[in-house]
Ligand binder design. Structure first.
Ligand SMILES: [Zn+2]
Length: 339
């Protein structure tokens, strides 16, 4: 069925067209004007509305590249429904190459925000009222925090109706069932009944090809699943499935010092009792301390800094009933990008 015009922020967008809209944001302190560009792909045919956003944390950049690649695949003449993308939400953070805003607040702890609140709160309020509330679904693209790397994974709260099928359709290798965080976009959208997938892949300030590919494929898999646009590539019809877990734990440094991780520990299947890293004394006086895996699982995240203080989170291990499934899926993705 043919779509109707879509009205957003006072702009009327005809079906089968794409429009870029500039949302004004508070200027930077030298009064240089800041606008947040959003792209609206309004499909020729009726269908769901979905937002896809990147860089809500200003140093998490894989999402910007994922959205760029997704743009290349969208055809508004074939599209059922509407896609709103915001490649860079936290422009202030991107300029400074930091997770935070200029007031050192975390935008993803400031939702749903308020019109007259802090800078973070005002930006959150703008995103909620101008974009999120218009949508039926959302995808929020992240990476590991600065100094950490994550394998491609979704963070999902299954208590929001419709989330499980939506999450599985992304086909990330791992789905981590995790509770809502107060002040996050995901929690604020859930209160409006809008399921949001949080994708985590790679590390801050760098591009990671595996995680960009898995994220791009994931978004296109979702568009396929929602019958918004069909993609016939073999990889969008793969048989590998996401493996779901609600059991994961960060393993912490048992001593301070230089961290020497075992080779290739990220994404690997580790056994209980296996040495994940050795922690050495930088002055070479005291003996080294081994960091041991406390249970069997897959390393889904890892701290990358060379030095640690006792108690620092170093390895994120998740346990799965189907560990082989996770490993096989990661190998499949790896083979795909190595071709
Ligand atoms: Zn993030």
């Amino acid at each position: 069925m043919t779509n109707k015009p879509f009205v957003i922020a006072g702009n009327e967008i005809e079906p089968g067209t794409k429009r870029t809209i500039l949302f004004p944001a508070p200027n930077i302190n030298t009064q240089v004007k800041i606008d947040i560009p959003a792209h609206v792909f309004h499909g020729k045919y009726k269908g769901p509305k979905i937002f896809i956003i990147g860089a809500i944390h200003g140093d998490e950049l894989n999402g910007v590249e994922i959205i760029r690649r997704v743009h290349e695949k969208i055809s508004v003449k074939r599209l059922h429904g509407t896609i709103i993308t915001v490649p860079v939400v936290n422009i202030h953070g991107v300029i400074m190459q930091t997770r935070y805003l200029t007031d050192r607040r975390d935008l993803n702890r400031s939702f749903p925000g308020a019109k007259k609140g802090t800078l973070a709160s005002r930006l959150a309020f703008g995103l909620m009222t101008q974009i999120v509330k218009h949508c039926d679904y959302g995808i929020d693209l992240h990476t590991g925090a600065n100094g950490r790397i994550n394998i491609p994974q979704l963070r999902v709260d299954f208590s929001v109706a419709g989330t499980k099928e939506f999450a599985k359709s992304f086909k990330a290798p791992v789905i981590l069932a995790s509770k809502q965080r107060d002040g996050s976009l995901r929690a604020a959208a859930a209160r409006l009944g809008i399921p949001v997938l949080v994708y985590e892949g790679g590390e801050a300030l760098r591009f990671n090809e595996l995680c960009i590919c898995a994220g791009t494929d994931g978004v296109l898999n979702v568009l396929n699943h929602l019958k918004m646009q069909k993609f016939s590539d073999k990889k969008f019809n793969r048989t590998s499935k996401s493996v779901i877990t609600d059991t994961s734990r960060w393993v912490r440094a048992p001593a301070s010092g230089i961290v020497q991780p075992m080779k290739g520990v990220i994404a690997s299947h580790v056994q209980k009792g296996e040495v994940l890293a050795n922690i050495h004394d930088p002055y070479l006086i005291n003996p080294s301390t081994a960091l041991i895996a406390p249970f069997e699982g897959v390393v889904i995240g890892q701290a990358l800094k060379a030095m640690a203080t006792e108690g620092d989170a170093l390895f994120h291990i998740a346990s799965f009933k189907n560990i082989k499934g996770v490993r096989a899926y990661i190998d499949e993705l790896w083979d795909e990008i190595s071709d």
